[in-house]
Design a protein around this ligand. Structure first.
Ligand code: P1T
Length: 503
């Protein structure tokens, strides 16, 4: 209404819109993809293959490099393909019945998002079991899609009763009409790539490819693509990318490392899934978090590809492997998932700095480079892991501290307890104070070791993204003892007091 009045008053009606019809036009050729899809699942696949322009040049790569942009699938990852394929197959076999069956799957998140998306469209209840390590962004997407979430400890070995795989298997037996599609054993996983992803890559490059580089998780992607490529373009070298801390790569010697847990999500396992066929993989490259996540950031910043961490691993591996290729040869690297999954993780400078994946930002403040001082650290109370949540709560109240350190018999920290986390668990029906304290233990929290001589600058950067920092001291045997805790208040007091003293 207001606009109308304005127009009538002559303020707007003198303005003429651009003469679009007479302007110079850029209209792309339209294809089948521009026709109407009957639902969003029909938009899975047919992702673009994009030539990389800047990174290969800077890295002195002679061959042409192309990115298969799987992060542009509707659910944001390559795993949409297998999720939909496994569901369609199970429906055809009568194993899944819409409105009745319950889909349960252990996943690092993306298969879960693909399944939850298909479940939303096709009418299934969906329960997703994923390790704590996986991002909250994935969990939020899953919740928005209507999935039910169960988190499992990251450090649980695949065959321990607490692992996401074993919890999903148990639930599938307990819940009526539950169906475990099982991406680790389901042939529809590699088949979706044999029929889809590989066909698309071959079509895009007229069956003439010298190398494909693909990260391995379940390994359905690399095994499916590997099989089709070996049939149609036998000269093509298939390169698998596997993080240190995983055992998928061959020869086995490559896997020797001290790394146990790594940050990159979706790739690497502590067992060999049945959907992995190492016979179609010619070469393996092992990757580390730091190089992978910095490469993912370069793909975003220098190539405009809004991809995730494992895309960085694949690209880093591709740069190593493609050094053997000559001008005119072609290397394809598959980018599995989307930046959205990692907005609070490797996309955050602070998150990268805390893990030493990036140097701490410099600030022109006289205290910034100073080491953490004792007076800034408040003492931390400890509680034995065998105590109860009620005891922990009463201890917190008495001490008025932000956090308690949960310790084992040797006094080593195993996790932390906060009132906020206890409230969240109870209020969201995730637990009660009758449970063991371990169930209330937070494993993902920020800490600094005094031996690393953290600067106040680093402490400040961590406090940008965390409510508190636990200060620890480790001995040579990696026994980690809690020394204290720092909050934003403590740091502020410390630096303002420091200024007053001229420190
Ligand atoms: O599972 P595989 O086809 O080998 O794809 C590996 C992979 C790479 N990158 C990301 C970000 C991934 O999520 C995955 C695999 N993801 C799962 C296994 C999962 O459950 O989501």
């Amino acid at each position: 209404m207001a606009n109308h009045v304005q127009v009538k008053n002559g303020i707007e009606n003198s303005r003429q819109f651009f003469n679009l019809k007479e302007m110079s036009h850029i209209v792309k050729v339209l294809d089948q993809n521009q026709k109407v899809h009957s639902d969003i699942l029909q938009a899975i696949g047919n992702t673009p293959l994009v030539k990389l322009t800047n990174i290969p040049k800077q890295e002195g790569i002679k061959c042409d490099m192309y990115a298969k942009c799987e992060f542009l699938n509707p659910g944001g990852s390559v795993k949409d393909r297998i999720a939909n394929r496994m569901i369609v197959d199970a429906e055809k076999k009568g194993l899944l019945v819409a409105g009745k069956s319950v889909i349960i799957e252990p996943t690092s998140g993306n298969t879960g998002i693909g399944l939850a998306l298909a479940a939303a469209v096709r009418g299934y209840r969906c329960i997703i079991v994923l390790p704590e390590k996986m991002s909250d962004e994935k969990v939020n997407t899953l919740i928005a899609l209507g999935a039910e979430i169960i988190r499992t400890p990251t450090e649980a070995a695949w065959d321990s009763p607490d692992s996401n795989i074993m919890v999903a298997r148990r639930l599938a037996k307990e819940i009526p009409d539950a169906v475990l599609l099982d991406q680790y054993n389901n042939p529809c996983n590699p088949l979706a790539h044999y029929d889809g992803t590989a066909e698309e890559i071959l079509w895009s490059l007229d069956d003439d490819i010298d190398m494909v580089v693909i990260g391995a998780g379940t390994s359905g992607t690399i095994s499916g693509i590997g099989h089709k490529i070996k049939e149609r373009c036998p000269k093509c070298i298939v390169v698998g990318v596997d993080p240190y801390g995983s055992i998928l790569a061959q020869p086995e010697d490559l896997n020797k490392t001290d790394v146990q847990i790594y940050e990159v999500e979706g790739i690497g396992y502590d067992f060999l899934p049945n959907v992995l066929d190492r016979t179609v993989i010619d070469k393996w490259i092992k990757t580390e978090d730091k190089a992978s996540l910095n490469m993912a950031r370069r793909l975003i910043k220098e190539e405009g590809l809004l991809c995730g961490g494992s895309s960085g691993s694949a690209m880093w591996g591709a740069i190593q492997a493609a050094k053997t290729l000559k001008e005119g040869q072609k290397c394809v690297v598959l980018l599995p998932d989307n930046i959205r999954n990692y907005m609070t993780k490797f996309i955050s400078d602070q998150w990268m700095e805390v893990r030493d994946f990036k140097p701490t930002v410099k600030r022109n403040l006289q205290w910034w480079e100073n080491p953490l001082r004792k007076d800034i650290v408040q003492p931390i109370q400890t509680i034995q892991h065998t105590s109860t949540p009620a005891e922990a709560l009463s201890m917190l109240r008495k001490s008025n501290a932000p956090v308690l350190a949960i310790v084992d018999d040797k006094g080593c920290i195993t996790g932390v307890f906060t009132a906020d986390n206890a409230r969240k668990r109870i209020a969201n029906l995730m637990g009660s104070t009758a449970e063991p304290l371990q169930n209330f233990s937070i494993k993902k929290y920020y800490k600094v070791d005094v031996a690393d001589k953290p600067t106040l600058g680093l402490i400040s950067r961590i406090l940008d993204i965390a409510p508190f920092i636990v200060v620890t001291q480790s001995d040579l045997l990696h026994n980690e003892k809690p020394l204290g805790v720092v909050t934003a208040d403590d740091l502020l007091l410390g630096i303002t007091a420091g200024q007053a003293n001229g420190n």
